[in-house]
Design a binder for this molecule. Structure first.
Ligand SMILES: NC(=O)c1ccc[n+]([C@@H]2O[C@H](COP(=O)([O-])OP(=O)(O)OC[C@H]3O[C@@H](n4cnc5c(N)ncnc54)[C@H](OP(=O)(O)O)[C@@H]3O)[C@@H](O)[C@H]2O)c1
Length: 340
């Protein structure tokens, strides 16, 4: 097993001054990996030098991952303060008093006293059972509402006050939603987690977030090549099979995956690639410590943008919504929100 010195991995500085490793490990096994396989991968990843883990209650594996964290701290392999551990409140826990309960459960499962980052996973209280079909709709689902979101965010802020998490963040936001809620925050999000890969760069949202002094974490950084069939649509593009990526990968003599990771880190955000294979997760971390892309290669990848959103979120639609585009404010306005 190879060890990549965590000091050699680029770091992001959050507005609090805290450091976050610029590559994290994703932990969403979906249909591809069991909780035990993810647990074993996290164990291996700590040994390899990963210090940033992207967890979530809805991934259904926090108690297994917690065993590994506990082992690593007790054996002295790594200190808690050298890790950046993330979780997220799921959509069925946005109600009054629920966010604290959700955070407490996650802390219990991960066997931690505090989190480094706690995200609102989706900006809607719209629940659906794991592995349901994309055509399923929950009749209780609701459009976005600033008032509802801020009621959830106030609970998130209390978690910081209580010392249960060092930072709070948002995920799956849009430009109109962020512009509406950021001025209302008492405690600003330190990170925004969003889908980002070469064929989906969300540049306008990206620039706005950076302009607010907020760090960006990119999910599905490899274009989620093993996502389940039910989450695919015919118009999806396979990022890593595009000629630009293949050509650059050939020039560097590496797998196209590593080009996507190098690009993300050099562009300025923090990718969180998922893998259960030691060889793969090792190379995913190591690649950012050597052989950077040239400015020309970065420019070429910039040109790959084609609005290739893969996580569409169909299951979060509310009765009366037309299609998944309604979730993403594609007209740039708040026209579809609840204005209560
Ligand atoms: N906030 C949100 O709403 C949200 C949504 C989606 C995802 N996420 C987070 O983002 C993480 C990453 O997204 P993702 O898991 O969908 O997709 P991803 O990281 O884009 O792709 C993961 C896939 O790539 C393969 N892979 C990884 N490294 C490789 C390598 N070096 N060579 C060849 N293949 C490689 C993996 O297979 P092997 O296991 O076989 O290596 C895995 O199936 C998730 O795990 C989760 O933590 C967050």
């Amino acid at each position: 097993m190879e060890f990549i010195d965590p000091a050699k991995v680029p770091q992001r500085t959050l507005y609090t001054g805290a450091k976050m490793p610029a590559v994290g490990m994703g932990t969403f096994g979906s249909d591809h990996a069991t909780a035990e396989q993810v647990r074993d991968a996290v164990r291996g990843a700590i040994k390899v030098g990963y210090r940033h883990f992207d967890c979530a209650a809805c991934y259904g594996n926090e108690d297994q991952i917690g065993e590994v964290f506990q082992e690593a701290f007790q054996s002295g392999e790594v200190k808690r303060e050298d890790m950046f551990i993330v979780s997220k409140v799921w959509n069925d826990m946005h109600g009054k008093g629920d966010v604290l309960v959700a955070c407490a459960r996650t802390l219990r499962d991960l066997q931690l006293d505090y989190l480094d980052m706690y995200y609102v996973h989706w900006p809607f209280p719209n629940y659906h059972p794991p592995k349901c079909d994309v055509t399923e709709r929950n009749p209780d689902s609701k459009p976005f509402s600033v008032k509802r979101f801020m009621a959830t965010w106030r609970q998130m802020e209390r978690l910081v006050d209580m010392g249960l998490t060092k930072h709070i963040g948002m995920s799956n936001m849009t430009l109109p939603k962020l512009k509406a809620v950021l001025p209302l925050c008492r405690i600003k999000p330190a990170c925004i987690e969003m889908e980002l890969h070469p064929c989906f760069q969300q540049q306008e949202l990206y620039d706005y977030i950076k302009s607010q002094g907020i760090e960006i974490v990119g999910f599905c950084p490899l274009g989620s090549p093993d996502r389940p069939e039910r989450d695919r649509t015919p118009e999806d593009v396979a990022d890593l099979q595009q000629p630009v990526i293949r050509k650059i990968a050939e020039a560097h003599g590496v797998h196209p995956v590593l080009i996507a990771i190098k690009w993300a880190v050099q562009k300025g955000h923090t990718p969180i690639p998922f893998s259960i294979k030691e060889k793969n997760y090792t190379s995913n971390l190591k690649c950012v410590t050597e052989d950077p892309l040239t400015d020309e290669e970065m420019e070429e990848i910039k040109g790959m943008e084609c609005n290739n959103r893969l996580v569409k979120g169909q299951v979060f639609l509310w009765p009366g919504a037309t299609d998944w585009r309604d979730l993403w404010d594609e007209d740039g306005t708040d026209a579809l929100w609840d204005k209560d």
